[in-house]
Write a protein that binds this ligand. Structure first.
Ligand code: ADP
Ligand code: MG
Length: 668
């Protein structure tokens, strides 16, 4: 029989498949099952209108491995294909039967919308539109994926309503044949002659019950028709019990006479491998927390129950179901390159991507879950997905949903939220920082910081609401720990003024704050900034006068310290401390510290300013030192500068010099 050639495009694709561009060969089974499921959908839909009496319960998919022959057969009793359809559908990729069917149905739907079943388990307010069998697949790359594992494929098919069957056969690139065949029922039987094992490539595994069952569970669990397979199991052989009583069927004998050891026998039984109804398509009302939680721990391999689940169905320009989870704790590698972020993506119950990154913004990367949409095509490639409009719409919807659910949690169950924030707050902060503040509006109300006044976590809104008097700025302080922050010289001044201070202890905090444009019109201000706005006019004026009076002394100290500081000045904000170090310009001392700990960030330096407390006895000592001579003042200047460095949590430049100066002081 003359071989027919594949169309050029198909040939190219086939070539790719034979040479396996997909590293994941397992997906061939998913593709064949999804084709079978489409064929069943088509028949089911047709049956709804032609009074044939066929119901969904009659339809099935069967998987049959044959170890001896090394074949794997996938059978369905769906719509089948005529000879022409076999040629067209399997010889040409440009022609997708599913697509053609879908447009035909849409046209029909427009005329008559009363037929068809309502998809099960829908909840939420919107009524579900009836769009027939929700067929999937925009381009026919699916079928050829079987050539990743098979050296030869036959497809025997009989179209529904016809007595005739045909067999399509191909061994790959050199074409295919179609010849008459026999099939007892309408439907399709696809048989794969598996490739020979070679090196690492083991094709025998596709004959193992275990592998097949796992693959069905993983990729096709929620196909709406049963996927059956004959499975060998062992069971206890029934034998006559010697005692006198009657036993109910299957009941163990409990009398005290001797029982023979149980004997086992191997039997073949027909099992359905898939669970058929996805949890996420079921009605929220009929699901309990346990259902959601065990689904989560099972599917996402977490031993801990999630903090929250978000189950929703959206109808609109894009229709989708989503089931999202917020884990209870952060995985150890969340902030490393190894962490795999993304949601599972299903197209009508068929898994098409294990982790689709584009569905979540990076800062919500800790969210686990899945999305199922009939509007995403089954065979869409990764590159195409990125520019896919539907996908972007879904991602946008999910982002808003997650945020609003978190806001709800913050409002209604504070302790859960604090747990959440302890685990994932950092991710939100990075989200603001890395977007250069673009995401600030989105995320700012989800942030929490420790309040100095209340010694508990508060939100920015709570901080601002509690602001009183003439406070116009949001005060924050950065440091390694709350204790470090409380010992900052400027801290007491603000607390005494009645202001609260947000204590920021994460490295990213101040970098993030600098990316934010204040909060609700209130600017952020570090308590170490010299232009803190809380001081009254009188206070400022008095300080300016003192500054002028002491100009000579301040200049002399600056000269003694040289390039170490940019300026030496007086401050009214040092309360009990004699001196403090602050900075001017974009980089703060805290930021300098963080950067210096990074592998490549060592060179950035904050502009340092030494502030002195004119009301402290040490200031008097400095004045006396100046009168005593240049050397004495230089010594004191270094001492007070070193002290300020230490108070700011920085290393002193010259420990030996510092020690010598202290020693000199103590032995004077
Ligand atoms: P797609 O499923 O995206 O259309 P495939 O390459 O997977 O592309 O399949 C090509 C076409 O072959 C299908 O559209 C369908 O018309 C036909 N086909 C494949 N398998 C079957 C089957 N089991 N029963 C009926 N038709 C099938
Ligand atoms: Mg397909």
């Amino acid at each position: 029989m003359a071989k027919k050639q594949f169309k050029t495009e198909s040939k190219r694709l086939l070539d790719l498949m034979i040479n396996s561009v997909y590293t994941n060969k397992d997906i061939f089974l998913r593709e064949l099952i999804s084709n079978a499921s489409d064929a069943l959908d088509k028949l089911h839909f047709k049956a709804l209108t032609d009074n044939s009496g066929i119901t969904a319960g009659d339809l099935y998919i069967r998987i049959q491995p044959d170890k001896k022959a090394r074949t794997l057969t996938i059978t369905d009793n769906g719509i089948g294909m005529t000879k022409e359809e076999l040629e067209q559908n399997l010889g040409t990729i440009a022609k997708s039967g599913t697509l053609a069917f879908r447009s035909a149905m849409n046209a029909k739907d427009a005329k008559d919308s009363s037929n068809g079943e309502k998809p099960e388990g829908e909840n939420e307010n919107t009524e579900v539109a009836n769009d027939g069998p929700e067929v999937i697949g925009q381009f026919g790359v699916g079928f050829y994926s079987a050539f990743m594992v098979a050296k030869r494929i036959t497809v025997i098919s009989r179209a529904y309503g016809s007595e005739e069957a045909n067999m399509w056969t191909s061994e790959g690139l050199d074409g295919y044949t179609v010849e008459p065949a026999a099939l007892a029922f309408p439907g399709t039987v696809v048989t794969l002659w598996l490739k020979d094992n070679a090196g690492d490539e083991n094709y025998d595994k596709y004959l193992e019950t275990y592998t097949l069952r796992e693959l069905v569970r993983k990729y096709s669990d929620y196909i709406r028709y049963p996927i059956k397979m004959e499975v060998e199991t062992t069971r206890v052989k029934e034998h006559e019990c010697e005692c006198e009583h009657e036993h109910e069927d299957g009941e163990e004998c409990t009398c005290e006479h001797e029982h023979k050891d149980p004997e086992y026998e191997t039997v073949t039984e027909d099992q359905t491998l898939n669970s058929m109804v996805p949890l996420w398509r079921r009605n929220k009302a009929e699901l309990k927390d346990e259902d959601y939680n065990s689904f989560y721990t099972d599917k996402f391999h977490d031993y801990e129950a999630p903090l929250m689940h978000i189950h929703s169905r959206i109808e609109g320009a894009v229709t989708y179901n989503s089931l999202l989870y917020i884990p209870a704790s952060a995985p150890y590698n969340l902030y490393s390159k190894n962490y795999k972020r993304g949601l599972q993506l299903y197209s009508n119950g068929v898994l098409i991507m294990e982790s689709c990154e584009d569905l979540l913004p990076e800062y919500f990367g800790f969210v686990k879950g899945l999305v199922d949409s009939p509007d995403i095509s089954l065979n869409i490639s990764r590159e195409m997905l990125q520019q896919n409009r539907q996908l972007r719409a879904i991602a946008n919807g999910l982002k808003k949903k997650i945020r609003s659910e978190l806001e709800k949690m913050l409002e209604n169950s504070r302790s859960d939220y604090e747990k959440f924030f302890a685990a994932f707050g950092l991710s939100l902060k990075y989200g603001i920082y890395e977007s250069y503040g673009m995401e600030a509006e989105n995320l700012q109300d989800l942030l929490m910081f420790r309040s100095a006044k209340e010694d508990k976590l508060i939100t920015l809104r709570e901080y601002v609401d509690a602001m009183t008097g003439n406070q116009t700025e949001i005060y924050y302080a950065c440091g390694e720990s709350p204790e470090m922050i409380r010992s900052l010289p400027q801290y007491k001044y603000l607390i005494d003024k009645g202001c609260d201070v947000l204590m920021m202890t994460d490295n990213v905090d101040e970098f993030m704050v600098k990316m934010m444009n204040g909060y609700k019109g209130k600017p952020f201000k570090s308590i170490t900034d010299n232009d803190v706005n809380i001081a009254g006019e009188d206070e400022k004026k008095a300080m300016e006068e003192k500054q002028a009076e002491n100009k000579e002394l301040l200049d002399a100290i600056k000269t003694a310290l040289g390039e170490k500081v940019k300026e030496v000045r007086l401050s009214a904000r040092l309360a009990d401390s004699p001196a403090a170090l602050t900075s001017e310009g974009p980089l703060s001392l805290e930021m300098e510290k963080v950067l210096s700990e990074m592998p490549l960030g060592g060179e950035a330096k904050a502009e340092r300013i030494l502030e002195l407390n004119p009301d402290h006895p040490v200031f008097e000592a400095l004045r006396k030192a100046k009168d005593a001579g240049e050397d004495e003042l230089a010594n004191y200047a270094k001492l007070i500068y070193s002290e300020a460095l230490m108070m700011a949590g920085l290393k002193i430049d010259d420990p030996a010099g510092f020690a010598a100066a202290i020693n000199a002081l103590m032995t004077k």
